[in-house]
Design a protein. Structure first.
Length: 373
């Protein structure tokens, strides 16, 4: 009987369905990203360009997911940027082409999960609910747009020159599409001064620690942004585990139990790993089958450091209709979202150059008017 139980729970890695390298686009500093993009087309130089990007920035990798294949995950973007004071093209780019960040824009029907990599500078956030925060160096902002809100994300250039983060879009179940907006801040235990809630606004910010484990004698480090048990990291509307995993040394291995039917995606930020019977190098994304094994197993494939982001979650199983930054279940719902935004129920966009006093006054006036109810 004991032998039978042991066999029943023997880890069986789930197989990979495909390995993809998504396009990397140039921005911040755009000229540097352009140089990397051109050199990366030269046979034999791609690996060198990837390492230069990792060291100096200049590119962004937006990964739009297939709605059925990757449910509940909609989009993952890997940003690696630099804002150097002596970059003579920087003021021209900022003034003429685009500001250093993302001015006020709307969302409805999903959540944005923004994870700033440890040691990197992050973002300054303001939203139409009246919340302002700075977060960086291993912190996570988990923003539930729900029924609709605006937010502004500007690079916190005062905190440092080097910026690197992931932004993930997580779909909401149909019965949670129009929940009230809220923000969670998931912070490392040793959070730095670059992470602080400066104004809560209409809804209190839920602040909670990130999970942080060292395993296999320090060969494996796992930072958990959210856990399917609900005990670690952010509160979620559907079961999922999001983890940043570092593997040091050829014997290092990470295993995550997977319920049958779950979506699982592994993005390789550094190094080289074996996942589901496939080898994945730097900047590759591995998509696993939903069945055929009971766990994810990621094994370091070289003697150095490998660094991966793991997304695993239960599919919601609802239709996905997306237009811009609205993620709904039907065309009619998307049209309603656009109409509601245009008539101001999300709030009115503000110029990113306005000071906090003016922005806060507009948010407070909106709350007092009752337009959000």
């Amino acid at each position: 009987m004991i032998a039978t139980l042991v066999l029943a729970f023997t880890p069986t890695p789930r197989p990979a369905s495909k390995v993809v390298r998504h396009a990397r686009l140039q921005v911040w500093p755009a000229w540097q990203g352009l140089v990397l993009g051109v050199l990366g087309q030269v046979p034999g130089l791609r690996s060198t360009c990837d390492k230069l990007e990792d060291a100096f920035g200049g590119r962004v990798c937006p990964m739009s997911f297939d709605a059925a294949e990757c449910d509940p995950f909609v989009l993952l973007v890997h940003h690696r940027h630099a804002f150097r004071p002596l970059d003579f093209l920087r003021p021209i780019f900022s003034a003429v082409i685009m500001p250093e960040g993302f001015p006020a824009h709307p969302h409805r029907g999903f959540e944005t999960v923004t994870y700033v990599l440890p040691g990197r500078a992050g973002l300054t956030h303001r939203d139409s609910e009246g919340c302002k925060m700075r977060y960086g160096d291993g912190a996570v902002q988990w923003m539930t747009a729900g029924r609709g809100m605006l937010h502004e994300e500007m690079w916190d250039v005062e905190a440092g020159n080097d910026h690197e983060l992931y932004q993930l879009w997580v779909n909401l179940p149909p019965d949670s599409k129009l929940v009230p907006p809220r923000v969670q801040l998931v912070t490392p235990v040793d959070a730095t001064g670059a992470t602080e809630v400066q104004r809560e606004g209409a809804t209190p910010v839920r602040v909670t620690p990130i999970g942080d484990e060292s395993l296999q004698g320090g060969a494996v480090r796992v930072r958990t942004l959210a856990d399917a048990s609900g005990d670690v990291g952010a509160e979620t509307y559907s079961p999922m585990t999001l983890a940043h995993v570092e593997l040091r040394g050829a014997a290092a291995e990470y295993t995550l139990p997977l319920p049958d039917g779950w979506t699982t995606i592994v993005y390789v930020r550094r190094g080289e790993v074996d996942v589901g019977g496939e080898r994945a190098a730097m900047y590759n994304t591995v998509y696993l089958e939903r069945r055929g094994g009971n766990c994810l197993r990621v094994t370091n494939a070289h003697d150095g450091l490998s660094d991966v982001m793991v997304l695993a979650g239960a599919p919601i199983g609802a239709p996905v209709v997306a237009a811009g930054a609205m993620v709904m279940n039907s065309d009619a719902q998307v049209q309603q979202a656009m109409y509601d935004y245009q008539r101001g129920t999300f709030g009115r966009p503000w110029d990113h150059r306005v000071d906090d006093e003016e922005w806060a006054a507009a948010c407070d006036a909106r709350q007092a008017s009752g337009v959000v109810r």
